[in-house]
Design a protein around this ligand. Structure first.
Ligand SMILES: C/C(=N\NC(=N)NO)c1ccc(NC(=O)c2cc3cccc([N+](=O)[O-])c3[nH]2)cc1
Length: 319
């Protein structure tokens, strides 16, 4: 395929390291420094119609270049030809969370908690910046190394939407008398847009803790869609026996059908299961800018995270 000249001048692209529904990921070396990068190649044809494709891709590229958080993939460079986008990204040598969970059957609860905390921080950052990810799944969570204790990064903003809050606010400033009812109810559904990510995080946590998907055609005769609409998930005893009640409580409060009642990302960050000082310290060390992780952080202010040990598991009860 015809790689952009400018890309070839700066990088050598070698073997494929990942595949996606709309393109592939190649290992690349920056010629001048020999530093390794990942290059995500997205062919534009893969999108449905031209219209939405371009809009989606622009939004995605904008988001990729605008976001700045240790647990969100960062773009180093960006090129495009008439039929593809080439996104140069930091290398995430641990690969996709999907393969890590698959190869380990299920993650140790402490490891699942460390990864889940980082995902919550990434999605909290997106929500604070008015961005809904809308496609959170194990394939879109990358691991920085093959170590259990590693940094994770959320990627693939192809389905992301920037909350049209500003446009909505302008509309609501005018005289409401001529506005149709759905402008207001739709507003509330936009407001609830953020909650879709909380649901997906619930599914992600379920998969990390148990190694299988909560909604699956093999469970009973109902279709996956039916199971989801009714919030009917199955905790197979053999897979959940060693999982704490607090961890189960987080899953149950995220997999709530009514978005108004679903736990938010902010509330999840305050859940007793995540008030785990050792985990928080590890996470904050991993999330610091490169190189500052292992210096003695005498001078660092004590982390703002809650310092109390997790309460006794009162969280076993469902509200
Ligand atoms: C931005 C984006 N997707 N956007 C999109 N529209 N996809 O549908 C995107 C999607 C996936 C990735 N994946 C990787 O960077 C990625 C996958 C993988 C597997 C083994 C090993 C590595 N690695 O970096 O060593 C990998 N990196 C990076 C970016």
């Amino acid at each position: 395929s015809s790689l952009p000249r400018a890309l070839q001048d700066k990088y050598v692209l070698t073997r494929r390291i990942g595949t996606g529904v709309c393109g592939e990921v190649r290992l690349a070396f920056e010629r001048s420094t020999c530093r390794k990068f990942a290059v995500k190649i997205i062919n534009k044809k893969n999108f449905q119609s031209e219209g939405t494709a371009t809009r989606n891709a622009e939004t995605e590229i904008e988001i990729l270049q605008r976001v700045d958080h240790p647990c969100l993939i960062k773009t180093e460079d960006f090129y495009q030809t008439e039929d593809s986008y080439y996104i140069v990204l930091e290398l995430m040598e641990g690969g996709e969370l999907f393969h890590r969970v698959k190869s380990q059957q299920q993650l140790d609860e402490g490891v699942a908690k460390l990864y889940f905390y980082q995902m919550l921080c990434a999605v909290q950052y997106l929500h604070r910046n008015g961005i809904i990810h809308r496609d959170l799944k194990p394939e879109n969570v990358l691991l920085s190394s093959s170590e259990d204790e590693c940094l994770i990064k959320v990627t693939d903003f192809n389905q992301s939407r920037i909350l049209e809050e500003a446009a909505l606010m302008r509309t609501l400033c005018g005289t409401p008398s001529y506005l149709a009812p759905e402008v207001f109810t739709h507003a509330s559904s936009t407001g609830y847009g953020l909650a879709v990510d909380a649901w997906s995080l619930g599914v992600l946590l379920f998969v990390c803790l148990s190694g299988y998907a909560p909604f699956h055609e093999s469970f009973g005769e109902r279709s996956v869609t039916e199971q989801i609409i009714h919030g009917e998930f199955t905790m197979v005893p053999s897979k959940w026996r060693r999982v704490s009640n607090q961890a189960k409580d987080v899953v149950r409060k995220l997999l709530v059908v009514d978005p108004k009642l679903r736990m938010t990302v902010d509330e999840a960050l305050q859940h007793p299961w995540l008030q785990d000082q050792p985990m928080l310290q590890t996470a904050h060390r991993l999330m610091k800018p490169a190189g500052r992780g292992d210096e003695d952080d005498e001078d660092d202010a004590p982390s703002a995270a809650v310092s109390t040990e997790a309460e006794p598991s009162s969280a076993g009860s469902l509200n």
